[in-house]
Design a protein around this ligand. Structure first.
Ligand code: FAD
Ligand code: UDP
Length: 386
């Protein structure tokens, strides 16, 4: 059992949400105890150097940092130097390769002729006319790019990735991807796009070292927690697990990554998506292309990514968020509101697809608006942010 007698704050989970709050609290002189059930810090952003090749691997899948928030960028910059990196992805569909997200080059290549931006807009609009009021992912995608591009690049990939009919998925998932009528083929639009110079794990090490935060690795909160505690808690594990699945499990998607080592350059780009339904993997990442500034040896490491629904023993990666899940999450949140000295935060705690910058931004806000007032003035924590 953990000794919490001296703690001012308990943080469950050493991912970006938990560690940002832990770091802020420790910087203000509060005594923070972090428990992490894995044997490493960093949550899903964890990176390590492969012993055989020296290549930096993103253990839980490729992580690309991008944000428009100066606050988040400045905050993280205290713990790392950066390497400039703008992410670009390609996709294989029907035996041909196209740039992704969909841009003018994708459209010209798909249609098989040179088009101006306005010709491409007209071509897409002609093919998008069938949907006027989109209510789900499929309709939204067709309304944005038309049916032929949807069928070629989105439908098969989405079915493989979400293991669900795109008609049942939320429209907002597809709005994560830009559609551009120019030749800009960057994956993200954001102002700040970088890779941490020494990997993400080094950021977490700096965060914990900077204020001597006590991080207990390999410690599952539910096995280590005392019967009773008066210390406020930031919980970043799955909200359904916190309540012992009493309202049933929430739907999550997990990922299996198969690593392979090859000689030379495997695919010539950081990430290749596979749009066809008959290719079982969704994408392949080749890690050394994430840091073109670094010099590596002759070998390369790739990760083939397979997506599937998560069972209870699997790592929950992406909230599936079907209508049933949404209702169940709302019910769990109502239970969460009764836990007056617990904040449910982060991707797992709020059942939301959060990018890293969003998790950090939310943590900074919750620290300033709820946790700091609780620790300094004894103010009630209030509701967890949604
Ligand atoms: P997590 O990183 O999941 O951390 C939660 C931690 O809590 C975990 O370490 C977990 O082990 C621990 N925990 C859970 N239960 C317990 C317990 N009972 N006791 C103790 N510890 C517990 N974001 C981007 O910005 N760019 C990207 O390119 C990107 N790519 C991604 C690719 C994949 C495949 C995935 C899955 C995510 C990606 N993300 C990306 C999202 C990014 O991983 C999240 O934004 C980030 O991990 C959120 O941090 P978090 O602290 O909320 O959650
Ligand atoms: N998507 C797709 N084809 C692609 C890339 C993305 O159909 O080549 C869809 C898919 O449904 C995905 C969504 O667009 O979930 C958002 O893309 P993003 O890369 O943000 O997906 P993530 O891996 O973060 O879910």
């Amino acid at each position: 059992m953990l000794n919490l007698n001296d703690a001012d704050l308990i943080v469950v989970g050493a991912g970006f949400y938990g560690m940002t709050i832990a770091e802020r609290a420790a910087a203000d002189g509060f005594r923070v105890v972090v428990t992490e059930k894995r044997n490493h810090i960093g949550g899903n952003a964890y990176t390590y150097n492969d012993a055989g090749t020296g290549v930096e691997i993103h253990k839980y899948g490729p992580h690309l940092f991008h944000t428009n928030s100066k606050e988040v960028f400045d905050y993280l910059s205290r713990f790392t130097e950066w390497l400039p990196y703008e992410h670009r992805t390609w996709t294989t569909s029907g035996g041909r390769i196209y740039p992704m997200p969909i841009n003018l080059a994708t459209i010209c290549s798909f249609v098989g002729r040179a088009m101006s931006p306005s010709e491409a807009r007209t071509w897409v609009a002609d093919n998008a006319r069938e949907v006027t009021e989109p209510t789900n992912l499929e309709e939204k995608a067709i309304s944005l790019i038309g049916r032929p591009l949807y069928e070629a690049f989105i439908r098969g990939y989405t079915i493989k990735q979400w293991q669900a009919d795109p008609k049942l998925l939320s429209a907002e998932i597809i709005t994560r991807l830009p559609v551009r009528y120019n030749f800009d083929n960057r994956y993200f639009n954001d102002i700040y796009q970088y890779m941490p110079k020494n990997g993400y794990t080094a950021i977490f090490e700096q965060m914990s070292l900077s204020n001597q935060i006590s991080v207990h690795l390999g410690v599952d909160w539910f096995e280590a927690r005392p019967a009773k505690t008066t210390v406020p808690i930031v919980y970043t594990g799955p909200i359904d697990r916190y309540f012992n699945y009493r309202l049933g499990p929430l739907g999550w998607r997990t990922i299996d990554l198969e690593l392979e080592t090859h000689t030379g350059d495997f695919q010539g780009c950081p990430v290749m998506n596979y749009a066809d339904i008959d290719v079982p993997w969704t994408r392949i990442s080749e890690f050394k292309h994430f840091q073109p500034q670094r010099s590596y040896g002759p070998n390369t490491v790739i990760a083939r990514e397979f997506s599937r629904s998560a069972g209870l023993g699997d790592e929950p990666y992406y909230p599936i968020n079907l209508a049933d899940d949404r209702a169940r999450y709302d019910a769990y949140r109502a239970l969460g509101d009764v836990e007056t000295d617990v904040i449910f935060g982060g991707r797992l705690g709020t059942y939301r697809y959060l990018d890293m910058h969003q998790a950090i931004g939310a943590a900074l806000k919750t620290w300033a608006n709820q946790i700091r007032p609780r620790l300094t003035q004894g103010a009630p924590l209030g509701r967890s942010e949604d």
